[in-house]
Design a protein around this ligand. Structure first.
Ligand code: ADP
Ligand code: ZN
Ligand code: ZN
Length: 742
């Protein structure tokens, strides 16, 4: 008998369409089933969605039913997406103000929609074959004959015999802190904030927590999230080394945007059908279908790349905590410099007298009691103008190179010089399309905008006054490399070898494999000095680095983004964390971190010198509390893009008026409550007002209560849609909930 089913299709929230559309189907279909349905002129992939209560059944649908279309096809034998997954999608859509269709279809691999059921079967069969081979090779059993379908339509795989999961023999004993962390994690439900110093052995704790779980529940699956997978090939290697011998190479899959569509599909299917026990991925993997997910690790949880910056602007870290609760999975957030949000959640209970949201697990000591580097500040006010490397720093570097130790230099600005300027009339290399300067790249003598990509040759003379006296302002990584090469030449002669300097930034690592090659050279000790942007400060376990220097860090101290200091502190502390990790080097001098700054007395540097994250975090939090800023309030931004600034501003000003009118009324969901606690700021240009000729404006909304803000945002969709019609000059609007930069 025909049924009416609700199907999620990728309809944007901005449209007037309902979240799920109704279709006819031959049979009733379980929620989570994948189907193909007609949508306008196209056939699209859809997901059967739980029926809303008031959906008419086949009887009594009346006239409307005649207009409904039929489902075109069902992906057969495809185990439906789990209720947990559907709930995650539904929550994310609500919280981040998108349609569930957008979020759901965004979470699926794009290639899924091009595949027939047959093709999916074929793929799974191939995958299963490889799995069987590795399994049999391990257990020494001959391959069993399989009938062709049941091999992959498993909803529960056969339980592994308990004896198969033998505890690994550890290459080395855990440190006392690692042990107590593991004991805590084992005995409590979490979520946990693993606050462990750089080099305290957090990775080992993650892996052992997963191992323990697999031993107890051989069918469980795990998810490890990392900020950027390319930057941490080491982690993937450690995960494989740990689990592949036991579970097979196929049991570990990765999910990130660097995969080909086919690879992404394979990984996704392997996780969905339970063949992959462990998914290692970037933020997108939070939406992977992992039906028996029992543990989620969020490594370097403070990293901004967990926040998606376009489309559905979700925070994978926050969703991890939510998903853990939904699916009963343990969640471990780990960092040496937790985000202030997470730190706050690990300190303060949301209810008086209750427990904090996250359980704090601390590992303050480094493995082997290696000490954290000594921090030195160079006051650049006392250096000759335009000094790039102070003489103190240079001689400290030379000392390290003499004893074959490695040096790391962080400068968060690529290119040769950030701006060129005419010394006679003051003209600067402003990008015509963006509110930004074009950066000078010396190698091909170009000026490049790092925002819109626009590139041109360096002019021979000033385009305004024709003077040829064009000078450079500021330093980028390329210039740093050149200057250091020069400064270390004499040392090279003295030591009778060429000093090897390597640079890692977005420019030097564009070619495929070049980042990996550079990191490998560094690990192999073939590099003396590694220069780079924040890419080199993250997570790497360089064993012979004993000196880290940060150049030109002052601009973030006075940024108007209230998170700038938090970010700078994390970057510097993480950078420092790359030095002196190996207690067995037997150093004559303790490892060191150098800062060149014009504000050596700044509280941020004082806290850094003391390696005191806690003090820094608590001070920042009390400032935020006074100013009523996150995590003491919730924020959302409405961002608008238009060709002309006045169009964007006009739109937002009108929205402001409509929003203010709403604030005068009672909350329609709770008549006793006015929206009194909501504050609407005036519309302002974004920090980067113009990008690729598009004008960008924003309006900030702040509220002490997250739930209240959510309700208010929901009420704004209607005015937003109608204003969009009224203002044809506006290209798009978007709501950014919990924005990470203002
Ligand atoms: P973190 O992620 O906390 O910065 P890692 O997990 O990278 O630290 O560990 C730092 C280094 O210490 C790594 O080289 C790791 O192999 C090593 N290590 C971890 N645990 C132990 C241990 N119990 N004994 C000896 N070395 C360890
Ligand atoms: Zn000029
Ligand atoms: Zn530009």
């Amino acid at each position: 008998m025909p049924h009416i089913v609700s199907v999620l299709v990728p309809t944007p929230k901005q449209s007037h369409l309902p979240d799920a559309l109704s279709y006819w189907a031959q049979t009733d279909l379980a929620a989570g089933t994948l189907v193909k349905v007609p949508l306008g002129p196209r056939v699209v992939l859809g997901i059967v969605w739980p029926q809303p209560k008031d959906t008419p059944t086949t009887q009594g649908v009346g006239k409307r039913a005649i207009e409904l279309k039929w489902i075109v096809g069902v992906l057969e034998d495809f185990q439906p997406l789990s209720t947990g997954w559907l709930d995650l999608v539904s929550f994310s859509a609500q919280y981040y103000q998108r349609s569930p269709g957008e979020v759901a279809l965004w979470g699926l691999p794009p290639q899924l929609k091009n595949l027939s059921s047959e093709q999916i079967h074929l793929r799974l069969k191939r995958w299963q074959k490889v799995c069987d081979k590795t399994q049999n090779a391990r257990s020494g059993k001959p391959a069993k004959a399989k009938n062709n379908r049941s091999a992959f339509v498993v909803s529960e795989p056969p339980p592994l015999e308990a004896t198969q999961a033998k505890p690994v023999t550890l290459a080395r004993p855990f440190s006392a802190e690692q042990l107590s962390a593991l004991t805590l994690i084992d005995a409590n439900p979490g979520p946990f904030l693993l606050f462990g110093s750089t080099g305290s052995g957090k990775t080992e704790v993650y892996l052992q927590a997963i191992q323990t779980l697999f031993e107890r529940e051989p069918n469980a699956q795990a998810l490890i999230m990392v900020p950027e997978i390319n930057l941490t090939p080491q982690l993937e290697a450690r995960v494989r080394e740990r689990f592949a011998p036991e579970w097979g190479e196929q049991s570990i899959v990765s999910l990130h945007s660097g995969l080909t569509p086919a690879q992404r599909l394979s990984s996704w299917l392997a996780a969905h059908f339970g063949m992959a026990k462990l998914v290692l991925g970037t933020r997108m993997s939070i939406f992977a279908s992992i039906p028996r997910l029992k543990i989620i690790i969020v490594d370097e949880e403070h990293d901004v790349s967990y926040k998606q910056q376009e489309g559905a602007r979700y925070s994978a870290r926050d969703l991890a905590v939510y998903r853990g609760r939904l699916e009963g999975a343990r969640v471990i957030l780990g960092s040496a410099t937790p985000s202030l949000e997470s730190w706050h959640h690990a300190q303060v209970s949301p209810t008086p007298g209750g427990k904090p949201r996250y359980q704090l697990v601390a590992m303050p000591a480094r493995i082997g009691n290696a000490s954290l580097p000594q921090v030195h500040r160079v006051d650049m006010n006392h250096q000759p103008r335009k000094t790039i490397f102070s003489s103190h720093l240079l001689s400290a570097i030379a000392n390290r190179l003499k004893s074959r130790e490695q040096v790391l230099i962080v400068l968060n600005r690529r290119g040769y010089a950030p701006v060129l300027q005419c010394n006679s009339c003051g003209w600067k290399t402003q990008c015509n399309h963006c509110s930004a300067y074009k950066v000078f790249h010396k190698l091909d003598r170009t000026l490049r905008c790092h925002h819109c990509g626009q590139t041109e040759r360096v002019p021979k003379a000033c385009p305004l006054c024709a003077d040829q006296d064009i000078g450079m302002l500021g330093v980028g990584t390329q210039q740093l490399e050149e200057q250091l090469q020069e400064a270390l030449q004499a040392l090279g002669l003295e030591l009778g070898r060429e000093i090897q300097i390597e640079r890692i930034d977005a420019d030097s690592t564009r070619a495929k494999g070049s980042l990996q090659a550079r990191l490998e050279r560094m690990h192999a000790g073939e590099v003396d000095v590694l220069i780079g942007t924040q890419m080199i400060a993250k997570g790497h376990d360089f064993r012979r680095v004993t000196l880290v220097a940060a150049i030109d860090v002052d601009s973030a101290l006075f940024s108007n983004d209230f998170r700038a200091c938090e970010r700078l502190f994390a970057l510097l502390m993480q950078s420092a964390g790359r030095a002196g990790r190996d207690a067995n080097l037997g150093l004559e001098r303790p490892a060191e971190m150098w800062l060149q700054t014009h504000h050596p007395k700044h509280a941020l540097f004082e806290a850094l010198k003391a390696h005191d994250y806690v003090q820094f975090a608590n001070e920042q939090l009390s400032e935020r509390q006074l100013a009523n800023m996150p995590p003491f309030s919730a924020q959302a931004l409405i961002r608008v893009e238009a060709r002309a600034g006045h169009a964007a501003l006009g739109f937002l000003n009108e929205l402001h008026a409509r929003g203010s009118a709403l604030l005068q009324e009672a909350d329609p969901l709770n008549r006793d409550l006015a929206f009194e606690d909501i504050f609407l700021y005036s519309a302002v240009p974004m920090q980067m007002q113009k990008l690729a000729n598009i004008e960008r404006y924003q309006l900030l909304i702040e509220c002490a209560s997250r739930a209240h803000l959510q309700r208010f945002l929901r009420l704004l969709h209607e005015p937003l849609r109608s204003l969009k019609k009224k203002h044809p000059g506006v290209l798009r609007w978007v709501i950014d909930v919990d924005p990470q930069s203002l």
